[in-house]
Design a protein around this ligand. Structure first.
Ligand SMILES: Nc1ncnc2c1ncn2[C@@H]1O[C@H](COP(=O)(O)OP(=O)(O)OP(=O)(O)O)[C@@H](O)[C@H]1O
Ligand SMILES: [Mg+2]
Length: 252
């Protein structure tokens, strides 16, 4: 298994959208590398192309130029070991929690043992919700069900598009801690797209700032020291959030 930066590489990725007789450049010349068991946060103003980048990495959107390589191979279609949690959870309202959690694995014919299922539910604190429907859950519970569904696919790479948006601060921090605890076992890498500065600094070993002016990467901030729930109270954490806020305020 790749353990170097070759795990995921985004090389010269550009995406333009064609609508009517207009061409709109969204991403231009994006280069990124992610090692196995590494985690990356992506931030940038609304509309700068964060979701577009994630979809390209998921193999769901073809770049106009450039290549995404997963374990050395160019991605031309969705890859089984890359799981995506969409901006709005993607749960089926007419299916119970239990059915929603196992749906992805069933579709991919992955056998999920009762033990594994129980352990993921425990890790994410969603035990006892099996017979409820998504509408009967809180936003935080919905989010954890979506995360459980993605984790049961045993992804090597987990892509999260603003997973904790629209959730109150306390629940949000609990969910961030949950994610960090699951990640601590280092079975996967993840990329999290977020608007939230604290979240990016709490969850990204590196933080990529996208620039809606150039459509490229404004900067990549290294963030050694993250990885523990105590990081939130570390002076380094405050300094990095201050720095990141400064960078974001300098964008359009
Ligand atoms: N399929 C599409 N066709 C045309 N334009 C698109 C398409 N998908 C995205 N866009 C445009 O590309 C730009 C980037 O969209 P994207 O969803 O990647 O932004 P984002 O950074 O995720 O924004 P937000 O923070 O609001 O979620 C937007 O201007 C959007 O309108
Ligand atoms: Mg988006």
């Amino acid at each position: 298994m790749a353990t170097s930066g070759r795990f995921l590489s985004v090389e010269g990725l550009s995406k333009t959208f064609q609508s009517e007789n207009q061409t709109k450049a969204v991403l231009e010349g994006i280069d990124l590398e992610l090692a196995f068991r590494d985690c990356l946060a992506v931030v940038g103003p609304s509309g700068c192309g964060k979701t577009t980048l994630l979809l390209a990495i998921a193999g769901l959107l073809t770049p106009t130029l450039g290549t995404v390589r997963f374990k050395g191979n160019p991605l031309a279609a969705p890859e089984r070991r890359i799981a995506l949690v969409l901006q709005h959870y993607g749960l089926f309202p007419w299916k119970t929690v239990a059915a929603n959690i196992t749906l992805g694995a069933r579709l991919q014919r992955i056998d999920v043992s009762e033990k594994r299922l129980a352990s993921v539910k425990k890790e994410l604190d969603i035990e006892g919700l099996d017979h409820l429907y998504p509408a009967q859950l809180s936003g935080g519970q919905r989010q954890r069900v979506a995360l459980a569904r993605a984790l049961l696919l045993n992804p090597l790479l987990l892509l999260l598009d603003e997973p904790f948006a629209a959730i109150d601060t306390v629940t949000r921090e609990r969910l961030q801690n949950n994610l960090l605890a699951v990640f601590a076992q280092r079975r996967f890498s993840f990329i999290i797209v977020t608007h939230n500065i604290e979240e990016a600094v709490f969850l990204g070993q590196r933080i990529v700032v996208l620039d809606n002016g150039t459509h490229g990467i404004k900067t990549v901030m290294e963030n050694p020291g993250m990885g523990s729930v105590h990081y939130r109270n570390d002076p380094v954490f405050f300094e990095r959030t201050r720095q990141l806020r400064g960078i974001l305020e300098g964008l359009e």
